[in-house]
Design a binder for this molecule. Sequence first.
Ligand SMILES: Nc1nc2c(ncn2[C@@H]2O[C@H](COP(=O)(O)OP(=O)(O)OP(=O)(O)O)[C@@H](O)[C@H]2O)c(=O)[nH]1
Ligand SMILES: [Mg+2]
Length: 494
Amino acid sequence: MTSSIDSIFALSSANARSAIHIHRISGINLLKYFQGYLFKVKSNELINTSLINDQIKSKPFTQYLILKDTEGNIIDDVLFSYFKAPHSYTGEDVIEISSHGNPLISSLLQRLFRHLGLRDALPGEFTQRAYLNSKIDLIQAEGINQLIHTETLGGIQLARESVGGELSKETEEVKNILIEIMAYLEAHIDFAPDEVGDYQPESLLPLMKQALNKMQILLKSYSSGLRAREGVKIALVGKPNAGKSSLYNALLKYERAIVTHIPGTTRDVLEDRLIIRNKDFVLMDTAGIRETEDAVEKIGVERSIKTLTKADIICLVITLENVKYEDYHKFIDESLSEFLLSSEFFSEQIILPVFSKMDTIPNNSLEIIENSYSIIIKDKKFHNFQSILSKKCIFCSYLDTEILSSELVELHDQLTGLLGQKNNPTLISERQRNKIEIAVKNLNEGIDLIYKKDYPEKISSVINQGRQSLQEVVGEIQLDDVLEKIFSTFCIGK
Ligand SMILES: Nc1nc2c(ncn2[C@@H]2O[C@H](COP(=O)(O)OP(=O)(O)OP(=O)(O)O)[C@@H](O)[C@H]2O)c(=O)[nH]1
Ligand SMILES: [Mg+2]
């Protein structure tokens, strides 16, 4: 089936000078448009397009051909591919023409397409047609869009999984559970107990809890997915001169931040992408936190504190460079207290103490520091931070960040869960999350109604609302404006 009446075209590759340009066309009976314009390369023999149409079935037709304009002048020699409906991306007839990548050639081709009666495609219109022709569902469409736009390796992995249909399958499973619940309720609304058994709504609770559990796992996957997609955010914070900017540069492997021996060097928050062992991070360097009368530094300190709220991992950089051996314990205790107890901005961040400039302190002090740290964090005053404060501390210097890198990779895995693995579907859009949240709310309401021994009609109606919301996740949406909003974020030609 097809919902479209006109045939569309677009340049699907970037319109820049390049080796090739790919033009895509989708519509009905497409080959007839090209009758009279396609010729064999060597013999210049006219191609009979109706013959191609008769010959091919599910496999695409691809041939190196000459394409001419309305006056019989050669536009270009092209790779001409024809995918016959429904065996194509959109489910309609699709033609893909690979020409030489000169914008001038492409404009000549587009002039011909318009002359033939084809229309310029809107952004995302090919994928929209694929969706309308049931080639993909809405989750897969969103996955395709993210596959193109994501800037991280994690994002690619998640998008690919979405296109693969794992999330669609999981959503469908939950939806089927809700349908099973509704079937039970509806049966007891319509039929007498001697026909369908006694009405025992409590027997539905295990099913409802199973559905709820599945949806809660999905909701959780959204924030882990977001981190994998956008990069886990690391903030380097601490006192002035602790060595934050030096670590920033060492991790990025180039001199990005200014480093001097003067406390208060960094004023602004710096932010860069960082990839360690194929894991995406966003690394942030901040101004050293201290009381200051300097107006500029003050703003820097305020920004540092703000950055903390955005971070997933806070590396609290501490140096024992100028601390006497016997004062280590006291200094670590004070540093942690000062940072943790005076702030109200921690919620779910992981706080990782990083002892810097380790080349300046004796090698044999590592164990002492480790021991002191593990004793200090057990103190009652840090009770509220037990779940976010790392159990181990990290040692590094600007010469050696290996242990820090390994720990960051481990925390990345922890924060992003087991994303990207089979059977572990992840929500990839705010829209999907919103729909699942509504379904969770409906289901909780249904459970409440069962406990209150409310009418089956009312319970069924609430569960039905949840089912509808799940249906909208995969895309059984009637609202055109919602669809338009989704597809308008796509590229032209996709
Ligand atoms: N020996 C040694 N010196 C270091 C190390 N890291 C930083 N330093 C020195 O310590 C001083 C301060 O380093 P920065 O990286 O600017 O410290 P910061 O924490 O960014 O300081 P502010 O921006 O002022 O908050 C500089 O003179 C660095 O060369 C290290 O690992 N070993
Ligand atoms: Mg600095």
